[in-house]
Design a protein around this ligand. Sequence first.
Ligand SMILES: [Fe+2]
Length: 252
Amino acid sequence: MSGQFILAQISDTHIRADDDGLSARQLERALAEAHEYRADVILLTGDLANDERPDEYDLLARIIEDVSRPLYLMPGNHDDRALIRNAFPRHGYLPRSGFLSFAIDDFPVRLVVIDQIVPGETHGLITHAGADWLDRTLAEAPDKPTIVALHHPPFLTHDMLFDNIGLLDADLFASVIARHRQVERVICGHHHRVAVGQVAHAPVVIAPSTSWVYGLAMYPGQKIAPKTAEQPGWMLHVRSDTGGLASHFMGL
Ligand SMILES: [Fe+2]
């Protein structure tokens, strides 16, 4: 199909330097599959590292340095902005101060990435400044198909834990998205399991983690955030002008 664009979303890699290479191997497998599927772009949607340790970021930098596709990364609640800046000096799209939010205009689909982490906290937050940035940035290209990425899901999942460590002021995020019809998809991570929701007119997809899957706890007595035997993976988003946008779970 002409004009096909493929985004490989790889999330919650939780790279550790002390897990016998498990998290690194999972990321390497996801990157190899993204290459095999001819991804145009790879985006890592946060929780890059597991414990905000420099050696974890150094390991991640080594893993991704030979990737032949354009690769972008953003922080999650397990990440540290300063350590990311230090470990990835060649990632010039990352602002040198403040939030690690950015837009990529080089492809048929525009990528708008908003950093909404709160240092030291597990939940996320859309600030008024962040919402203003998102509104201004989306207004720059109102006619270009756009995917917005953030780390925390901007909708209630009905999970007892993850809704409590979710995105604060998600209504503010939704009010911005509602003003920009070109946003065709919102993508995120954080929950380590695939789920689908909606914000304004835009479907939202939670990508899995490459490292492990969390169970769903909806009722008192159910175990909260147990690691399950479900398959980790990544998400392949494919779009063409005639075929629209589809999102596929890719198990690892
Ligand atoms: Fe995570």
